[in-house]
Structure formats: C-alpha cells, structure tokens
Design a protein around this ligand. Structure first.
Ligand code: C2E
Ligand code: MG
Ligand code: MG
Ligand code: MG
Length: 286
C-alpha cells in the first residue's frame, strides 16, 4: 500500500502513507520547521454566484513553499500533519494567514468572505472555537466572513466530540460547510443534525453532471435536499462553460472551479478580485 497510482496509472511511491520510513520522518521535521519558518502559504480560489457571476468569496488552499521542492500540494503533507500532531499548529497558521489577508482586502475596500479547510483533528480540540474567536477579534473581522469547510469523509469517528466543537463554532457566528459532499457514508444524518450553512457537492459529481445523467440526478436531488434544509449549495470543480451552464440549470447557488479561476497566490488573487470587485471588469465577466 506504499504506492498509489498517479493520473497516468503509474505506481508512485507516496511517503505520506509510509508510516515508518526515514523520508516520512524527514517530512515531519521538515513540516514542523516549515510551519515555524513561514514556508506555509495560501493560494486563493474565487467562487461566484451562478445566477449572475458576481464574486462571493474565496477558498484558501494551503501550500508548502519548500526551499528545494517548490510548492508542495496539501495532499502530500496534510496526512502527515494529521498523524504527527502538527495539525493544530498548521490550522492556526492557516487561519491566521487567511484572516490577515481578508483584513488587508477589507482595508483596500473589498469585502471578501473566506473559506478555510479544517481537519477532523481540529474538531476534536475543544479549545479551538475560543482560540478562533480570539484570532477573529485580533483581526477585527466579523465571524460571518469566515466559513470552515469540513470534509464529510472524516466526520465518522468520535462524532459526539466533533459535534460539540461544531456547535460552539456555529454559536460564534462562523459559517460551517460540508465539503466533498457525496463521498462519505452518513451524509443524510450529518445534513440533518449538524449546524451547517452550506454544502459543497464533490467535484466527482459536478464534473460529469453535464454529460452523465446519473450524476445530474445526484446533483439535482442533493441541491433540492439542501435547499429544503435551508442550506446554500456550492458546486466545486466546474471546469468548462458547459459544466457551468448545466450546474446552473440544476439550481446550485455558487460555482467554484477552473472555469472561473484557478487557485492563485495572494498577489494575483488580489489583482483578480480588485478587477472585479472594484469595477474595472464588468460584473458578469467570468
Ligand atoms: P478541497 O477542499 O475539496 O479543495 C478543492 C481542491 O480542488 C483544491 O485542490 C483545488 O485546487 C482543486 N480544484 C479547484 N477547482 C478545480 C477544478 O475545476 N478542477 C480540478 N480538477 N480541481 C480543482 P488542492 O488545493 O490540491 O487541495 C486538496 C485538498 O487539500 C482540499 O480539497 C482540502 O481537502 C485539503 N486542504 C487544502 N488546504 C487545506 C488546509 O489549509 N487545511 C486542511 N486541513 N486541508 C486543506
Ligand atoms: Mg474545501
Ligand atoms: Mg471540496
Ligand atoms: Mg473535493
């Protein structure tokens, strides 16, 4: 199980899955360093309303700017952070970076809500809501500007403890989103019981919904269900104009994906946003 197939079907060695390897141990100490040395950075991917293409916010996506390997994607180090006790520290850094950026945009006259991914480990830490409240206050930001995305896949172990944290976060005024919806097991129970503001339908359904009727059925039914429960629906992974139109016709509220924009480093994201939010590119231009 140490190798997994990459996109070309070639088996590649995945050090993140190798619990005992020296390369994994190197990865852990490297990551610990990275967190303290400021090698962690965020890219921002915009989201827009499907109805009129106005920008509704961004998702912050973590990258490790490694001195020799370049930008390391989250899939290669989040599992390591989760297994090695570094996750809390990493999440604190990510939240601080994201909120610093939102405060900067606010100073430039742009209100940009941000979504940050949190791991299940973060939800087992019951001091997290209080620490987050402190961070929001320090940046002078309304909690409503922050959405926390929780992957459905990880919400299975120790639900009771996670539920307490989620309720505290909700009471704080932070929005909660169920990410990768449709890829887990207990979706309906979670939808019914958790204080969710939003669901994000997984890319695997969204990307095929324009061409595969079964995927379209899932997207339509999920959207109806979520709307019936008073939740907002985001479709992730919209790569083409055809997918955009199809997903719009299926009544989803918000779109995210390469068709609108790729994740961008903060400089380019700021340019992209200011062109649209400060009026240089007409509203409705993707
Ligand atoms: P996610 O939260 O579902 O994020 C969406 C992923 O899909 C991102 O990958 C994004 O770059 C990619 N994506 C966006 N639009 C498209 C598209 O149109 N087509 C395709 N093919 N892909 C698209 P990324 O940045 O590699 O992140 C992967 C996952 O890592 C995220 O999935 C999230 O679960 C996790 N992650 C990212 N940042 C953080 C973080 O700060 N903390 C934690 N705990 N997890 C994070
Ligand atoms: Mg996400
Ligand atoms: Mg997602
Ligand atoms: Mg996903």
């Amino acid at each position: 199980y140490l190798a997994k197939a990459d996109r070309t079907g070639v088996e590649v060695y995945d050090s993140a899955r190798d619990v005992n390897s020296t390369s994994r141990i190197g990865l852990i100490s490297g990551l610990r360093n990275a967190i303290e040395q400021g090698e962690i950075e965020l890219h921002y991917q915009p989201k827009a309303s499907l109805a009129d293409q106005t920008v509704t916010g961004v998702e912050a996506l973590v990258r490790w700017n490694h001195p020799t390997r370049g930008l390391v994607p989250p899939d290669e180090f989040i599992p390591v952070a989760e297994q090695s006790g570094l996750m809390h520290r990493l999440t604190d850094v990510v939240l601080d970076l994201a909120l610093t950026q939102v405060a900067k945009w606010q100073d430039q006259g742009m209100t940009v809500p941000v979504a940050v991914n949190v791991s299940f480990r973060d939800l087992l830490d019951q001091t997290m809501p209080t620490r987050l409240a402190g961070t929001l206050e320090r940046h002078g930001l309304a909690p409503e500007l922050l959405t926390l995305e929780i992957t459905e896949r990880v919400l299975t172990a120790d639900m009771d403890r996670a539920r307490i944290t989620l309720q505290a976060l909700c009471d704080l005024g932070v929005r909660l989103s169920l990410d990768d919806f449709g890829t887990g097991w207990s979706s309906l129970r979670l939808l019914r019981e958790l204080p969710l503001a939003e669901i994000k339908i997984d890319r695997s359904f969204v990307s095929r919904a324009a061409v595969v009727e079964e995927d379209a059925v899932v997207v339509r039914a999920t959207t109806r269900l979520a709307h019936g429960l008073g939740m907002h629906v985001v479709a992730e992974g919209i790569e083409t104009a055809v997918a955009w139109q199809a997903i719009k016709d299926m009544n989803c509220d918000t779109a995210q994906g390469w068709h609108l924009a790729r994740p961008m480093p903060s400089g380019r994201a700021t340019e992209w946003l200011s062109e649209r939010l400060l009026g240089r590119v007409p509203v409705g231009h993707p």
